[in-house]
Design a protein around this ligand. Structure first.
Ligand code: SF4
Length: 238
């Protein structure tokens, strides 16, 4: 198992770790059969594409980004091409996927930094946090895809799976909840953290959906706290 280089995971019990390890195994098994073959997951996708697409994916469905993907990367094949494009032009290009103003500013700032540093971002979280347009989510994608550090792409989807399976977080802001952050780091602490991230995000989109999760067919139904409680309520009512 890979080392968690930058986190001590003090907020997890031994039982939490064991349960999350089982979750990881189940998610990887499910992903082998059901995972989505999205273009940025191809072995041919560059590190630039993998980092940049995470900005496009924020609060946007993967299918929407997939439809937009090849036109975008044909036009901007590297950080240099993106950095040379005025923000207003980027806004126009990004309109079909929404949030174009925010994304254009972020991509432009990231691209300028990358173009000035030979495409290389810092590998330490503290230094990364000082790079323009790098919040927690983008920092994790840089650590994961450029530096090979097991890092979770924690968003509402990953957090929903972890919280239903184990227990709810305490803080409303996902980025600052110590337990959730540690749980997410432990989830991806393995030899193929990118695959675990993709498995979790696909599972959240297709099975453990925000509305109408398909619990009766879910491979986690006998282990999941949410499903157990639901089953208890059904049993009580009948
Ligand atoms: S049993 Fe239901 S709530 Fe639990 S992980 Fe599966 S789909 Fe999500």
């Amino acid at each position: 198992m890979a080392m968690v280089a930058q986190k001590r995971l003090d907020n997890l019990t031994r039982s939490d770790k064991a349960r999350i390890s089982r979750l990881r195994t189940k998610l990887l098994d499910w992903f082998t059969e059901n995972g989505r073959g999205l273009p940025w997951r191809s072995s041919r996708a560059s590190t630039y594409e993998k980092i940049c697409v995470e900005v496009l994916l924020q609060r946007t469905r993967a299918e929407t980004v997939a439809n937009f993907y090849s036109a975008f990367y044909s036009k901007y094949p590297d950080w240099g091409a993106l950095a040379a494009t005025p923000v207003e032009d980027l806004e126009e290009i990004l309109k079909p996927i929404g949030l174009w103003k925010r994304r254009a500013v972020s991509l432009n700032a990231l691209a300028k930094y990358a173009a000035e540093h030979g495409g290389l971002f810092p590998s330490e979280r503290k230094r990364l946090s000082k790079v323009p347009a790098v919040g927690q989510y983008v920092a994790n994608s840089i650590l994961l895809f450029q530096h090979g550090v097991p890092s979770p792409l924690v968003d509402v989807n990953m957090s929903r799976v972890l919280e239903r399976y184990l227990r709810p977080r305490e803080l409303s802001d996902i980025r600052h909840d110590p337990w959730l952050q540690d749980a997410a780091h432990w989830l991806v602490c393995c030899n193929d953290p990118a695959r675990v991230n993709w498995a979790t995000l696909d599972f959240a989109a297709m099975v453990c959906r925000a509305r109408n999760p398909t619990c009766p067919e879910c491979p986690l139904r006998l282990l999941c706290n949410f499903a157990r409680k639901l089953h208890g309520k059904v049993a009580e009512a009948s």
